[in-house]
Write a protein that binds this ligand. Structure first.
Ligand SMILES: Nc1ncnc2c1ncn2[C@@H]1O[C@H](COP(=O)(O)OP(=O)(O)OP(=O)(O)O)[C@@H](O)[C@H]1O
Ligand SMILES: [Mg+2]
Length: 481
């Protein structure tokens, strides 16, 4: 993402084109599972903006996201925010349910002068608000109008101006420019009818089994039909892509559960430091969580809450009571005829010495690579080495190391891009960049923001050993707090 972020801040002609474009489609599909149609529809607009080819005088992309609840519509915008700005909250979210009355436009754009209280109303859609949800890495603002079908007609009329010209005129007659923004509308239009299609037992549909493809096609036509009924052609025609989200299939739901369990284990490692324990969730334990957390009606919406209630909270109680010893193996399985979860801890005891920390060194300079590896092995590290991108990824994903020493300029890859990918996958891993020079100002800024120290070549072996030690120790002291 480094290149992506760097590129987006630079809309001038002075910036370098990325050596290798970031594969945003695959990064986004890892975060939003099973909705490839959405990813493929949205990403080209981000690239278009990044490359400076987005047309002027309108927002960089306008999307209408439709489909059943809990299938990843809002999650998509959050994931893009995380990828572009490093934070899933970096978006301007307007809950249209709060703007159902015609006079409520004032809350969005401020009251015109002369109206009672016009000075007291702070509009929600100001230029400052838009800038506030961008980041130093990327100046593209994400604006989400949730549940657009609930918005009053006066709001839709206001929006037409944004969609058409990229401009919104505020009550005080100043203008907000939406050219550097992606606009997302989400809607549950047609949701009830979709539910009948997905789960024929609800409602009156006959219960014939349907193929996924035919369901997708039906949902699309239901969604578009309801959109055309509710919104004027002017509004619909200005939308760049209307995407219908699919109900999540079993494979997608399993992946979401895997992700949420991984996040919980990382959280345990991070918060408990040396007192961490390992979670093992049995197949029937997983089935329990899926049964409680996922449904045709609510998609995966309840999964996080289920994990929190059924797993995180009881675990917290057990830790507080001292029922889980440092280093224990905690097994989670279904009990009571699959009515509850049973959580049992075994093993553990005195704070155990961690297995020797692993360090991954990635450099296409063979001699330097082997020299550094020997030095670090002597210091007690378990050393993994890689001379190119594929080797580095293979090693990293097999066992995320405590520290990665990463050369910036690899023959076949971009070290900084890889560093950001690794940090997103394993936030605890300490990443140190090595470079013989060649970092641009923007790239250096990214390193500062992402907390990647830079070792400038040539350096002494001792510099590396010291830095590695300090970073690793400080990460684990922080995690133990
Ligand atoms: N496709 C998906 N990939 C990953 N996580 C998902 C996906 N769909 C749902 N989730 C999980 O479920 C939660 C709820 O999903 P989300 O908020 O995106 O639903 P939605 O489609 O916007 O539903 P609604 O129409 O009710 O607003 C997410 O925070 C995420 O944890
Ligand atoms: Mg939503």
């Amino acid at each position: 993402m480094g290149r992506l972020m760097e590129n987006s801040t630079l809309q001038t002609k002075t910036h370098l084109q990325p050596a290798q474009p970031v594969d945003l489609v695959s990064l986004l599909s890892q975060k939003v599972v099973g909705q490839s149609a959405a990813t493929k529809a949205i990403v080209p607009y981000v690239y278009m903006y990044q490359s400076g080819l987005a047309p002027a005088g309108r927002p960089a992309g306008i999307f209408l996201l439709l489909g059943p609840t809990g299938t990843g519509k809002t999650k998509t915008v959050e994931a893009i925010a995380e990828l572009l700005h490093g934070n899933e909250k970096k978006m301007l979210k307007i809950d249209c349910g709060e703007f159902q009355m015609e006079h409520e436009t004032a809350k969005l754009v401020g009251a015109p002068p002369g109206y009672l209280g016009h000075r007291e109303t702070t509009p929600l859609l100001t230029q400052e608000q838009l800038t506030g949800v961008t980041s130093p890495e990327c100046d593209l603002a994400l604006v989400l109008f949730d549940e657009i079908e609930k918005a009053a007609h006066s709001i839709i009329k206001l929006l037409l101006g944004i969609l058409d010209k990229g401009i919104l005129r505020l009550g005080d007659n100043t203008c907000v420019d939406f050219e550097k923004s992606l606009i997302f509308f989400t809607s549950n239009l047609g949701a009830r009818e979709m539910m009948k299609e997905i789960n024929p037992n609800i409602g009156f549909q006959s219960s014939t089994a349907k193929s996924a493809a035919s369901i997708t096609a039906r949902l699309e036509s239901i969604a578009l039909g309801s959109v055309r009924k509710r919104f004027s052609p002017e509004f619909v025609n200005r939308i760049d892509a209307v995407v219908t989200y699919n109900p999540l299939d079993a494979g997608a739901i399993e992946l979401i559960l895997d992700h949420d369990i991984r996040v919980l284990q990382e959280h345990v490692n991070l918060r408990l430091g040396d007192r961490y324990f390992s979670l093992d969730i049995t197949t029937d334990g997983r089935e329990f969580l899926l049964r409680k957390g996922v449904s045709a009606e609510y998609g995966a919406r309840e999964l996080k809450r289920t994990i929190h209630r059924q797993l995180t909270q009881p675990l917290a109680t057990m830790v507080a009571r001292g029922d889980i010893l440092p280093g224990a193996q905690v097994t989670v399985s279904a009990a009571n005829g699959a009515e509850n979860l049973s959580i049992t801890a075994s093993g553990g005891g005195a704070i155990r010495a961690r297995t020797p920390p692993a360090i991954l060194i990635v450099d296409d300079n063979h001699d330097l690579l082997f020299f550094l590896a020997a030095e670090l092995r002597e210091e007690g590290w378990e050393v993994l080495i890689a001379e190119n991108g594929p080797q580095a990824r293979l090693a990293f994903y097999q066992r995320p190391p405590g520290v990665v020493l990463l050369d910036y300029m690899l023959d076949d890859d971009d070290g900084l891009k890889m560093a950001i990918e690794f940090q997103e996958q394993a936030p605890l891993t300490q990443i140190i960049m090595m470079t013989g020079g060649g970092f641009s100002d923007e790239e250096q800024l990214i390193c500062v923001q992402r907390n990647f120290p830079i070792l400038y070549k040539p350096f002494l072996a001792q510099d590396v050993l010291n830095l590695v030690k300090v970073r690793y120790r400080s990460a684990y002291t922080a995690a133990a707090v």
